[in-house]
Design a protein around this ligand. Sequence first.
Ligand code: GDP
Ligand code: CO
Length: 403
Amino acid sequence: MLIEMPRHTEIFGSLKIHEMQRVLKIDSGGFENPRAKDIPFDKIKDVLRRLALVIPVKDENINLLDGVLRAIPFDCTIIVVSNSKREPQDIYKMEKDVVARIHDYSQQEILCIHQKDPQLGFAFYEAGYEYLLDNDKLVRDGKSEGMIAGMILAKSLGKEFIGFTDADNYIPSSVREYVIDYAAGFCMAESPYSMVRLHWRYKPKVVDDKLYFKKWGRVSETTNKYLNLLISTRTGFETGVVITGNAGEHALTTKLADIMSYSTGYSVEPYHFIYLFDNYGLEVEEMAHPDAASAGIEIFQIETLNPHIHEEKGEEHVDNMLLGSLSTIYHCKLCNDYVRSKVLEELGDIMKLETPKKTVIMPSIGGIDPHRFVKILEGTAESFARFEQGTIESEEEREVEET
Ligand code: GDP
Ligand code: CO
């Protein structure tokens, strides 16, 4: 892959936030130039083997999930965490059937589980991690909650990198690119604590019966504005470095995944920044993880070559996303009166001048023993399925079998 070098890197305490980098060529030929880095495909493949891709899914069109699953490179492991309906029609069973069929002909390693499986709730309970359980000891609704379950499964497989991709993507090959972009990011990373976030080149919409290649959405534009304002008010220098505040498509090293806290539902992605600003930003006095602080935490923001076309979920969904994002900003340690007043102004229409509620924050998952966690699931969790990676028999093995 040929990828632009970041033009600038914002240093904010222990954080290194790299400016946007464009994908110049998905497949390249080893020719570098001063502005771009060439990453050979074998290096990318090496990362893919150590990466698990988590797909959170809730009642999406099955054809979309099917396309996404088929586009993910073979070398990575796929982990589907579903919160789809189980009655009157068992949508999860349909999803599992699609997974089984794809495994049948590809032999790719795929794990899947249902978010509401009582044994999943029990495994969290046994691990002492009750922060995402409801009163019935089931895992709550929420994308973030599903992602946490996915991360622990990835850890149980010893994966070093964990990526996420949504299930509602209309362009399967764009998903293939996203995964390769993640790997390229990790090939460039110098710190074991790093994160890759994707920025869409375009997010096409239908306007007057024509496709319009829109660049920015309302939620991401607003979230980015306020995340940048948090940095600017602290450093005294205006910045626009953050462009991936709401990046659902992102990946992180397991080492970083282990120390982060996570916000509930859809506010999980902007909260990554908030967590990092509050704990590793400028002039933070106490570092929770000094190793991470001294290694530095790197954030890559890669602009995809493919446009992003996904299911449109309506105005209410967009308002909720915005509210979730801005609440995490409003309640963060770095926020001052000025930023808070600006956030309230922004939310005026949606909130009718109430203050936004604090979002639920779930602490780090580093203390959960993933092997014990999976042992609880194996054999008891009705929805848990593990499809193992097939191995191609060698010529000799086949001969031995035949004789
Ligand atoms: P947007 O693309 O950010 O506007 O949000 P989506 O509604 O498309 O959600 C992103 C992904 O999360 C999709 O694949 C959803 O199906 C999935 N998702 C949404 N809610 C949940 C949930 O409660 N649990 C799980 N496991 N996945 C969810
Ligand atoms: Co979507």
